[in-house]
Design a protein around this ligand. Structure first.
Ligand SMILES: [Zn+2]
Length: 142
């Protein structure tokens, strides 16, 4: 399954190749303070491959907080956060927002909350290397 997504204005766009076709897509409503405030609901698949294309990098805010090990790519023009990345031991991992999907039936999404409060940084990074998208091609136009 090839899933397309983007922020509202299209400055941050992604395509996610998810093989084999998923019967359902996990959608995790993160309970961290940032995600509660903007309604972040994320998915990832360690076997998927992700291509991110940014039209104008000057219009992307890379927001980090707390352990500062993840970057939330916030579109400055429209405010949407389609992707989060984390660089671990030089490797780029990512999760994407199911709310930024285009044309994916909502019935495919299997919701659930996820709280990572109290998780130490080491176990947090280890979890990301297991469950986040590990094949990430992040391109910014000049
Ligand atoms: Zn935008």
């Amino acid at each position: 399954m090839l899933i397309h997504g983007k922020c509202h204005c299209g400055n941050i766009a992604f395509s996610l190749t998810w093989e084999p076709d998923p019967a359902e897509i996990p959608a995790r409503a993160c309970t961290c303070t940032f995600c509660v405030k903007h309604g972040g609901v994320w998915t990832s698949n360690p076997a998927a491959s992700l291509k991110v294309e940014v039209g104008d990098p000057a219009l992307v805010s890379r927001y980090a907080f707390g352990t500062r090990t993840a970057e939330f790519h916030v579109c400055v023009r429209c405010g949407v956060v389609p992707v989060v990345t984390s660089r671990i031991d030089g490797h780029l991992y990512a999760v994407v927002s199911v709310n930024a999907f285009e044309g994916v039936p909502r019935s495919l999404l299997r919701g659930g909350g996820a709280s990572f409060d109290g998780e130490g940084t080491d176990s947090r990074l280890a979890r990301r290397t297991r469950s986040w998208i590990a094949d990430v091609d992040f391109r910014e136009s000049a």
